[in-house]
Ligand binder design. Sequence first.
Ligand code: CP
Ligand code: NVA
Length: 316
Amino acid sequence: MTTTLNKKRDLLSLSDLDAVEIQLLFKRAAVLKQSLKEGHATRTLEGRTLGMLFEKPSTRTRVSFEVGMFQLGGHALFLSSKEIQLGRGETISDSARVLSRYLDALMIRTFAHENAVTLAQFATVPVINGLSDHFHPCQILADLFTYQEKRGMLEGRKVAFVGDGNNMAHSWILASIKVGCHLTLACPVNYDPDPRVLSLAQQQQARTGSGSVALTRNPREAVAGADLVITDTWISMGQEQERQRRLRAFHGFQVDQKLMREAKKDALFMHCLPAHREEEVTSEVLDGEHSVVWDEAENRLHVQKAILEWLILGRL
Ligand code: CP
Ligand code: NVA
């Protein structure tokens, strides 16, 4: 099935895609992955340029977007906010208007989610959120794709997120309703997900009747019988000064072998990376039999190539 889009689309959170579109995207990502493995070139974005605006560091996002554009025959520009006029006070809206005159799409990694929203509002080209304090849609799509590749559809499965109610937790909350899985988040007091994201998920759940989201303070309760266990850093980018306070608050929330034994025998373990070994996860789990973190990281490339084609060519 091919759907042609008339209007510019953006990917700021998982709310920008419906369940059918997610599956079309995954179908294309699987084809692109297979062609790459077989050594066939897919140059669908020849002559196209992606601008990548970074206000925070990155390894996976930067490299996978740049390599993805190159493999599709296009070009990617790395734009550090420190080295462009945005860092000297040029507004996001003015930057969006100007950059749209040169580029075919924009990716932004930023702090306040509102920055990505403003960029999308004023840009006339598609905008991709490459991580904000609130959401990380490219990562969650790679995670969902990875699960599907390994175990089939997530629908009806039990998912546990242990740790901080951060951008990855928020992305999993929206994903659970979208794909119909049952998510339990175990977060310490004061580190729950944003209530606005929970209420958005509640509204979507009431409309679709699909999936569920529950909160607990007990990691063992969240992980009991889970098909998939996820964690993320306790100290996200921009929270470095809170390190000591956070290390104390998250005591008892580490994903170790003992906790993994509460999950199903064939459960998968995911982490968006970078991991802080022996903090939120032990090396034993990260390098262990349940872990699919390296495939998860690789899949950023394949899924993002499908996202770039979708948004730049305007079809799925
Ligand atoms: N997972 C992820 O987004 O990694 P980077 O911060 O290295 O881009
Ligand atoms: N929650 C982490 C994710 C890193 C990919 C952060 O925002 O730093």
